[in-house]
Design a protein around this ligand. Structure first.
Ligand code: FES
Ligand code: FE2
Length: 407
């Protein structure tokens, strides 16, 4: 008999210490109910990266995004205040801003022409005279929380989210090399795996580096690779070294320099890879139970002049190659999760503390969603509904462009 959603959640015991713990089941990477619950309890409740601060500097500049199926628009208003709204017209729910990014003086819904100012106030509602009990001041765009961390802009769809700096702690003080880096290129990758496979792979404490990334292995001091877990973040660090000149692939050493590599993760899906003068960010977005998209932004400290441009291009190429190596193993793992031979696995105590931390956070967020549903008297079995409806909705969600369209 198929398990209820709560029974499925109960299969992961978050109370066991790392040395005794078993991983979340492979089924969690395939189950449409899980994807639906994650939308609500994870992506719909966590700070989500939506774009770069430099895209939102001038008054009237905006970007749009899709967070957990919710259209949002982020805009710098006339007074310089950064604002974010549900990008849903209060008249008949059309998407108000349909461009991925740009600059505007007001937000005009193309359906029937309602206009909102950059602070979200309804300014004009054509041919609405005579409508009783209708007040413009009650029909502005609904705001959502927006905050920045250096070059990154985040929004949160929750009603009273924790301040971003609390969630990020202690990453901002540990990653003090962000200032001065400039965005150079964006790339996007679609993977045939659940988004959590990508996160697990990212958080495995360098466990796969030697076997999957030979060029990166040449520059990391693997024996000194460290992982720290905080409340909603983790930080992996490794001292760098100059690879042996006869190392098979020394390409990474030319563009991954300095003394330390920093690999920071913010629950659930934002990652920062920082070296001296070089950085890339990864955002992984679900596209259904067994697909995801990884959005990567590349930054370097100097991007002017032919030499800097050549360095940037080489750096992006090295990042691209590493990404393709990860794609291969992630898609393998997803296929394995579909095998009847696999249920759960164990964690390396030495390497995989951050994977365990991620699974515990995920489990806690999903449990909170179930409790929230119970409190609202939604039958537990109905959250989320198994079967056709859930799967169909998931596919529908995946067809819509997910997050940052503004690249
Ligand atoms: S739906 Fe926006 S004006 Fe009608
Ligand atoms: Fe990797």
């Amino acid at each position: 008999m198929p398990r209820t959603f709560l029974q499925e959640l109960n299969r992961f015991d978050a109370n066991l210490p790392l040395a005794r713990a078993k991983t979340i089941p492979g089924q969690w990477y395939r189950d449409p109910r899980m994807e639906l619950a994650e939308r609500r309890g994870v992506f719909g409740a966590a700070w989500q990266f939506v774009g770069r601060s430099t895209q939102l500097e001038a008054p009237g500049s905006f970007v749009t995004a899709d967070i957990a199926g919710e259209p949002v628009v982020i805009v710098r208003d006339d007074k310089g205040v950064l604002r974010a709204f549900f990008n849903v017209c209060r008249h008949r729910a059309a998407c108000v801003v349909t461009e991925p990014a740009g600059t505007t003086r007001r937000l005009r819904c193309r359906y029937h022409g309602w206009t909102y100012d950059l602070a979200g106030h309804l300014q004009g509602a054509p041919e609405f005279d005579g409508v009783l009990n209708f007040r413009r001041e009650d029909n502005g765009l609904l705001p959502i929380a927006v905050e920045t961390w250096g070059p990154f802009v985040f929004v949160n769809l929750g009603p009273q989210p924790r301040p971003l700096h609390q969630v990020l702690a202690p990453l901002p003080e540990k990653l003090d090399g962000l200032a001065g880096l400039r965005f150079v290129e964006h790339r996007s990758y679609e993977l045939a795996c659940n988004w959590k496979v990508f996160v697990d792979n990212y958080l495995d404490g360098g466990y796969h580096v030697n076997s999957v990334h030979p060029s990166l292995a040449g520059v990391l001091q693997y024996s000194k690779y460290r992982t720290e877990c905080f409340d909603l973040t983790t930080l992996q660090t490794s001292p760098l070294r100059t690879p042996h000149p006869e190392h098979a692939d020394a390409s990474a050493s030319a563009v991954r320099m300095g003394e330390m590599a920093f690999y920071a993760w913010v629950f659930p899906n934002f990652m920062v890879n920082l070296y001296s003068g070089v950085m890339d960010t990864n955002v992984v977005l679900p596209l259904g139970p067994e697909r995801c998209r990884v959005e990567i932004d590349f930054y370097i400290s100097h991007s002017d002049g032919p030499e800097a441009r050549a360095f940037a291009a080489e750096s992006v190429e090295v990042g691209h190659k590493i990404q393709l190596e990860d794609v291969g193993v992630c898609e393998d793992v997803q296929r394995g999760f579909g095998s009847k031979s696999y249920d759960t696995g164990r964690y390396s105590v030495r390497r995989e503390a951050a994977v365990h931390h991620f699974h515990k956070l995920l489990s806690a967020h999903l449990r909170r969603t179930v409790r929230g549903a119970s409190a609202k008297r939604i039958p537990r079995g109905a959250l989320p509904k198994a079967g056709h409806t859930a799967a169909a909705r998931t596919q529908e969600g995946s067809r819509r462009s997910r997050l940052p369209r503004a690249r």
